[in-house]
Design a protein around this ligand. Structure first.
Ligand SMILES: Cc1cc2nc3c(=O)[nH]c(=O)nc-3n(C[C@H](O)[C@H](O)[C@H](O)COP(=O)(O)OP(=O)(O)OC[C@H]3O[C@@H](n4cnc5c(N)ncnc54)[C@H](O)[C@@H]3O)c2cc1C
Length: 491
């Protein structure tokens, strides 16, 4: 296989970039599982864009900056929201079917949004609809090929220039040279014991890029989704924020609503606030969960508006129309990642990153709900466009010899969950670093170690990073950076 461009990941970001790249040469999209196994496929609530009659791009921008808690890159946020309406139009043009009320698009409200601006598809299958649309478009282009069940293990690098990737599949290990490589490997939720993320979200892109010498930014900011199902033997299935937008209540184990004690917006407070409130209630009562209650909604509403969530919960023995669902917070989204500029470029020549694996600065310390599918579309396209600048292969392609042995990822999950979770402190983070260092190296161990090191260095609480020993915010918001062989630095 001799592609011109390699895209690692077949979620929204990778697929959107591949469509752009197809005009410049042969594109190979690689996915380590089936092409449909990605966070994009499971995204429920929707995609945010200022499209409705009572909305404005400036309001979407303001909400995104506010949620980011001082750490967003305003230029990146501006690009995201300004190109939002155009991205939606493009998806519709390619066949995406968003839900409508009559002939007009329907918009849902989600936490920390000042307007109802979240478009959704088939009720709660928005990511699946967008991924399906982008896949169909990419697969229709003669220059785009796909390889599933192939795992990229490392980048080929020579003198800070990326020349290709090494891939493991059933046939063994091969090197694929390329003019430029895009990392679109998604998130890292699997380093935690409780996560809403699918099994492929093991932070590979961050670990691979870090080993190759890329700068990793703001990796200590991990968003915990407040409402994941907590039923013995079931995965931490996400109960979308749109349920609270629809009027669901949070109740503690005594049956009391409690969110108004923590934030004036009650159940619709920003995610980090709701997660910490639930965590505090669980600690107070000793219960392993609180409850999300939809039983007061109009008869049939849950089933019609959230069919996939309703059916999944029913399969785990919870009838949302009749029973309050036991829920707890679970690791959901990585705000930081491989540091890029506004066109997806990293500090290594010919290496790009887009989507959840990237740190573009659009989410700052805390992502606004439903902004990540949009980020994948907008910044995936920008990265694809800017990769086209590489019109020749590097003549220095050779293999990186680094090899990662499979290792004890269960232990990593325990350490990350215990010490790098919703509430952190110096003792725990130091312990995490020491215990992770004692384990054989794995991608998940590398990523957990980076979160612990950056979390220890950030002596404040901001957005998704809460330190019980430093509960206040520092007056000036700074970004963390970490690179192989160097200490964490802030800028
Ligand atoms: C349950 C759930 C609900 C969500 N709901 C919403 C929502 O409503 N709205 C919203 O905006 N966001 C939502 N999110 C977040 C959003 O879905 C993700 O941030 C986004 O889809 C990430 O897209 P991506 O293209 O960056 O990565 P993904 O869609 O995760 O794709 C990653 C791809 O990389 C591949 N990959 C990973 N490692 C390797 C490797 N080593 N080698 C080869 N391939 C590799 C995977 O196989 C996969 O194809 C949700 C997330 C989850 C988990």
């Amino acid at each position: 296989m001799h592609p011109d461009y390699v895209v690692v990941g077949a979620g929204v970001a990778g697929l959107r970039a591949a469509i752009e790249l197809a005009v410049g040469g042969q594109v190979l999209v690689i996915a380590k599982d089936s092409l449909r196994e990605s966070s994009s496929e499971y995204a429920q609530g929707g995609i945010a864009a200022a499209v409705s009659d009572d909305d404005e791009v400036a309001l979407h921008e303001h909400d995104t900056l506010l949620a980011g808690d001082g750490l967003c890159d305003p230029a990146a946020v501006h690009i995201l929201v300004e190109h939002g309406p155009e991205a939606i139009e493009e998806l519709i043009g390619w066949g995406a079917e968003f839900d409508r009320e009559g002939s007009k698009l329907a918009f849902a409200r989600e936490g920390a949004h000042s307007r109802s601006r979240v478009l959704h598809a088939h009720g709660d299958s928005t990511g699946q609809e967008i991924a399906r649309t982008l896949y169909r478009k990419a697969a229709s282009l003669p220059n785009v090929a796909f390889r599933s069940y192939a795992s990229v293990s490392d980048l080929c690098v020579d003198d800070e220039e990326v020349t290709g990737v090494t891939v493991h599949d059933g046939a063994g290990r091969t090197a694929i040279p390329a003019r430029a490589v895009l990392l679109a490997t998604g998130g890292l939720g699997q380093i935690y014991r409780d996560t809403t993320n699918p099994a492929v979200a093991t932070g590979d892109g961050v670990a691979i890029a870090y080993r190759a010498g890329a700068v990793i930014g703001d990796i200590e900011f991990v968003q915990f989704h407040p409402t994941a199902l907590h039923v013995e033997g079931a995965p931490s299935f996400l109960l979308s924020e749109a349920l609270r937008g629809e009027g669901a209540y949070l109740r503690n184990s005594a049956g009391e609503r409690f969110m108004h004690r923590y934030h004036e917006m009650g159940e619709l407070a920003p995610r980090d606030v709701v997660s910490r409130a639930i965590f505090a209630e669980m600690q107070k009562t000793g219960a392993p969960h609180v409850f999300l209650d939809l039983t007061h909604l109009a008869p049939g509403r849950v089933q019609s508006r959230f069919p996939r969530i309703y059916e999944t919960c029913l399969a785990y023995g919870v009838d949302l129309a009749r029973d309050p669902a036991p829920i707890h917070p679970a690791a959901h989204y990585a705000m930081g990642g491989v540091k890029t500029d506004l066109d997806g470029r990293t500090n290594l020549r010919r290496l790009y990153a887009a989507g959840e694996v990237a740190c573009t600065g659009v989410h700052g310390a805390n992502r606004l709900a439903s902004n990540s599918l949009l980020e994948g579309c907008v910044f995936g396209a920008r990265a694809g466009k800017s990769m086209l600048a590489w019109s020749t292969h590097s003549d220095r392609a050779h293999l990186l010899t680094a090899r990662v042995e499979p290792g004890p990822d269960e232990r990593v999950r325990t350490i990350a969950s215990q010490y790098c979770g919703i509430v952190r402190d110096a003792d725990g983070l130091r312990r995490a670093i020491a215990e992770l260092q004692a384990l054989p190296p794995t991608n998940m161990g590398t990523v957990a170690g980076l979160i612990a090191r950056c979390g220890l260095a950030r002596e404040e609480s901001r957005g998704g990073h809460y330190r019980s020993d430093y509960p206040n915010k520092r007056p000036v918001a700074v970004h963390s950076n970490v690179r192989q062989g160097q200490d964490v630095w802030f800028a």
